[in-house]
Design a protein around this ligand. Structure first.
Ligand SMILES: O[C@H]1[C@H](O)[C@@H](O)[C@H](O)[C@@H](O)[C@H]1O
Ligand SMILES: [Fe+2]
Ligand SMILES: [Fe+2]
Length: 305
């Protein structure tokens, strides 16, 4: 299959690997996908400053998030959730659980999350029909938001949703509402507030501690339950909220070669994650058998969470 790249920043970076087939081919971005002009509230996507009914609460969300996401907090969360001792549940069951949850950080959507999962997955499936791992990645990318549910410790919104960023090195200006980092205890700590902080050039994102939330948690669940998804799928799950990297190009000095390859897929995925958010409903019962077959292919029947 030969498809063409239409995004300039990829032009000189060589060709991207199709993880499942092992063959090299060119990638099409937006394989026909139409990017809408406005979100479901009639505003631009990811406009965090426009006056809207959600602006104030979203800004307040980021204030609390930026103050509390510290190196110590992330270490504690990783230790707690690595145990995977909360519940046993299938992927589909967790999709249904997510239906009760609304994300307070998102200026573009206030629908139940299962709509967003299916809208993303169906949109990407249409443009990349042969990449079934990408369809499943889209379906599960936000499942880590179950952390908001009482069975998972009912974490506060600031510890589950919103954009993510590295802790242990300087907070970048491109992070949404970055002014609130001045109140973060790590902000004035010389060990943590330089460009590299506790990291080194090209150390690889897997060695970087990200702010704790649904991305890192779902990555952990998928990996520890031995998913057979390719590394690009796991990368998308783990870094899809890292807008400072995939949108603004910050923190690239921490990436290694594998990150550079995987980032190409994340950039493709992001278009569907962001711009498929709409009021158009997907017929869940109709598409369920297809996604169940993918879940069986890439995951065990029950997962430890
Ligand atoms: O508010 C949204 C939402 O929480 C998404 O799930 C996350 O991936 C985005 O990065 C964030 O901006
Ligand atoms: Fe997300
Ligand atoms: Fe999402």
């Amino acid at each position: 299959m030969t498809i063409i790249v239409d995004q300039p920043q990829f032009e000189n970076e060589g060709q991207a690997q199709i993880p499942n087939s092992g063959e090299k081919s060119e990638l099409v971005l937006d394989g026909g996908f139409c990017i809408p002009h406005a979100n479901s509230f009639g505003h631009n996507f990811r406009d965090y400053d426009v006056v809207s009914e959600r602006q104030e609460s979203v800004e307040n969300f980021y204030r609390v998030n930026h103050i509390n996401q510290t190196v110590d907090f992330v270490k504690k969360m990783r230790e707690e959730y690595e145990k995977l001792d909360k519940i046993e549940m299938s992927i589909w069951e967790s999709c249904e659980l997510l239906n009760q949850i609304v994300d307070e950080s998102d200026p573009d959507i206030d629908d139940p999350q299962i709509e967003h999962l299916l809208q993303t997955a169906e949109a990407i499936r249409k443009d990349y029909p042969n990449q079934d791992w990408l369809h499943l990645t889209a379906l599960i990318h936000d499942l880590g938001k179950v952390l908001l549910h009482p069975s998972f410790g009912e974490l506060p919104q600031w510890a589950v949703v919103g954009d993510t960023f590295p802790v242990g090195c300087a907070f970048d200006k491109s992070i949404v509402h970055s002014k609130y980092f001045v109140e973060n205890p790590d902000y004035n700590n010389p060990t943590y507030n330089s460009k590299y902080g506790i990291y080194s050039k090209g150390c690889g994102l897997e060695n970087v501690m990200m702010s704790w939330g649904h991305d890192d948690y779902m990555y952990l669940v998928a990996k520890e339950n031995r998913t057979t998804l390719p590394s690009a799928g796991l990368f998308i799950i783990r870094y899809h909220s890292f807008y400072a990297l995939h949108r603004s190009g910050a923190y690239t000095h921490l990436m290694n070669e594998e990150d550079v390859e995987n980032l190409k897929w994340l950039k493709i995925f992001n278009k569907y994650d962001l711009y498929s958010k709409s009021k158009v409903r997907v017929d869940i019962e109709k598409v369920k058998p297809y996604y169940e077959s993918l879940i069986n292919k890439y995951f065990p029947a029950k997962l430890r969470w």
